[in-house]
Write a protein that binds this ligand. Structure first.
Ligand SMILES: Nc1ncnc2c1ncn2[C@@H]1O[C@H](COP(=O)(O)OP(=O)(O)OP(=O)(O)O)[C@@H](O)[C@H]1O
Ligand SMILES: [Mg+2]
Length: 262
């Protein structure tokens, strides 16, 4: 688990004067009524890395994703995606979000193809009619995640692992530069996990930046360039080998670490 990440996973540090970071969060605080979910979170991600987001249940991982998307309002602090605010970043297709399964209404009567086409909505013209470029992008995305043969199925009729892949396909079709994946491996078998992992590596090779929450700590050094340990605030961030130490994990997962109440 604490084996250093293979050298090819590392990316050179950003040069002075280069483009804005993929993600820049400064002193972000989010509350749900009297519950303090995020407390002065600051986090920067360079373009082209896969970063694991790790923390105990209730540590604020999903809240962080929602705050980046602008789906929960920040009490204080700022979020910038390639220099833009959440709303502008969404409008300009800079980011995509694969929610935790529990946050999705799977009974919604749409096909897998429809879900992936949703990734194109922000790019459709005023008529909202897909053009051949949109259909091609959807077909390509379905092919990449291996769901071409299931394109006409209702999304609720897919297995858990296939549903995750459908949402990843939506992000691929959207051609988003920052991808937020909330526990894509939960309830997924080892084979589907390997498929998804190699897909993420291909997306990284295309220059995508990926923030991915996971409870599979052992798998992180295999495909992640960096890791963030979250417990309402950032406890550690950096190379997985330096972040996932016994001491840090005890701080994040140790006794008394499960309460999210302020
Ligand atoms: N809609 C909500 N209303 C009130 N409190 C909430 C809401 N969503 C989350 N919380 C609380 O905020 C804290 C952070 O929750 P969050 O869902 O972000 O954690 P998480 O790290 O994603 O957990 P898990 O690993 O279980 O998915 C928890 O204390 C949770 O109970
Ligand atoms: Mg969560």
């Amino acid at each position: 688990m604490r084996k250093p990440a293979p050298a090819q996973h590392r990316r050179p540090a950003r040069e002075a004067g280069a483009a804005a970071p993929a993600l820049n969060i400064a002193s972000l605080t989010v509350r749900y009524a009297d519950i303090l979910a995020l407390d002065r979170v600051s986090l920067g991600l360079e373009q082209g890395n896969i970063c694991a987001l790790v923390g105990v249940n209730g540590s604020g991982k999903s809240t962080l994703f929602k705050a980046i998307m602008g789906l929960v309002s920040a009490g204080t602090g700022t979020v910038r995606i390639f220099g833009a605010g959440s709303k502008a970043a969404r409008k300009n297709n800079l980011l995509t979000y694969v929610p935790q399964s529990e946050d999705v209404d799977w009974t919604f009567p749409v096909s897998v193809h429809d879900v992936v086409m949703m990734g194109r909505y922000g790019r459709l013209g005023p008529t909202r009619r897909p053009h051949s470029a949109d259909r091609e992008a959807v077909d390509h995305a379905l092919e990449q995640v291996g769901l071409t043969s299931l394109a006409s199925r209702q999304i609720g009729e897919l297995s858990g692992g296939q549903r995750k892949r459908a949402f990843v396909a939506r992000g691929i079709a959207q051609q988003a530069r920052l991808m937020l994946l909330d526990e894509p491996f939960a309830g997924v078998d080892k084979g589907s996990e390997a498929t998804l992992t190699s897909l993420l590596q291909r997306l990284r090779a295309d220059g995508k930046t990926i923030l991915i929450s996971t409870h599979d700590l052992a798998g992180i050094p295999r495909f992640c360039d960096e890791a963030v340990l979250l417990h309402r605030s950032v406890l550690a961030h950096g190379d997985p080998a330096e972040v996932l130490t016994t001491e840090n994990l005890a701080r994040a997962f140790g006794e008394g670490a499960t309460s999210g109440a302020a």
